[in-house]
Design a binder for this molecule. Sequence first.
Ligand SMILES: NC(=O)c1ccc[n+]([C@@H]2O[C@H](COP(=O)([O-])OP(=O)(O)OC[C@H]3O[C@@H](n4cnc5c(N)ncnc54)[C@H](O)[C@@H]3O)[C@@H](O)[C@H]2O)c1
Length: 248
Amino acid sequence: MEDASKVVVITGGSRGIGRAVALKFAERKPRIVIIHYDADLKAAEETSRLLEQKAVEVESHRIDVSSKADVNDCFEDIISRLQRVDVLVNNAGITRDALLMRMSEEDWDTVIRVNLKSVFNCTQAVIRAMVKQRGGRIVNISSVTGQIGNPGQANYAASKAGIMGLTKTLAREVASRGITVNAVAPGFIRTEMTEVLSEKVKASLLQQIPMGRAGEPEDVAEAVYWLCSDGASYITGQVIHVNGGIFM
Ligand SMILES: NC(=O)c1ccc[n+]([C@@H]2O[C@H](COP(=O)([O-])OP(=O)(O)OC[C@H]3O[C@@H](n4cnc5c(N)ncnc54)[C@H](O)[C@@H]3O)[C@@H](O)[C@H]2O)c1
């Protein structure tokens, strides 16, 4: 991804890991499309401001990526105007934690829809354009939880493990079209998603990290960016773990 005429779409790009990914891509000055679903537009506006400061052309859309119809409308508009999508980063995600014994059906369904079905929705909306272009990069943000599990996160772990399976399958389906599909699985990263955890939970998570610190959004962004670089063109169907050693 080393061309100023390229288009990079990042879901969940208003803050946290998605914002860090956008700012990392900004170094190459592609056109950046941010998708988010924040009720408060402040974070998305701040991300746009930071990107514009770097002389990047940015647009921001507030849509629910779990809605197939809304995703189709949004991507049809993006592709008809910009003519291409070179990079899709499926990063939008939520948690609704509870022990399985007590987990509501609604919390199960919501997390699967927002974290997993959204990847299906957004990917299906861009894949024809990528095939036509004869190239593209898709990076799906999974989680170490999808690999090793975590009490209280059955819905989240299932969605993130599902992303790994989807990634490997799609990688096989489109490899001959010059499209790579990979996943990045972060560990414990300092964002709004983890800010809400109690001090006790945070301390116990930190104890499990051989490197002894939480990761920063930028740690994840580096891996995503690299997977989209020319140097990673022979890498597909992989899950890259960015977790300070929690899972090896
Ligand atoms: N923070 C961590 O420790 C960690 C660890 C592993 C994986 N992850 C994953 O990384 C990704 C980003 O997490 P984060 O920590 O930056 O979270 P965050 O809560 O800071 O940001 C989440 C982003 O997703 C967007 N989003 C949420 N629901 C959406 C919907 N229905 N439609 C469109 N956009 C929606 C939000 O608007 C926001 O932009 C998530 O997929 C998360 O599961 C995070």
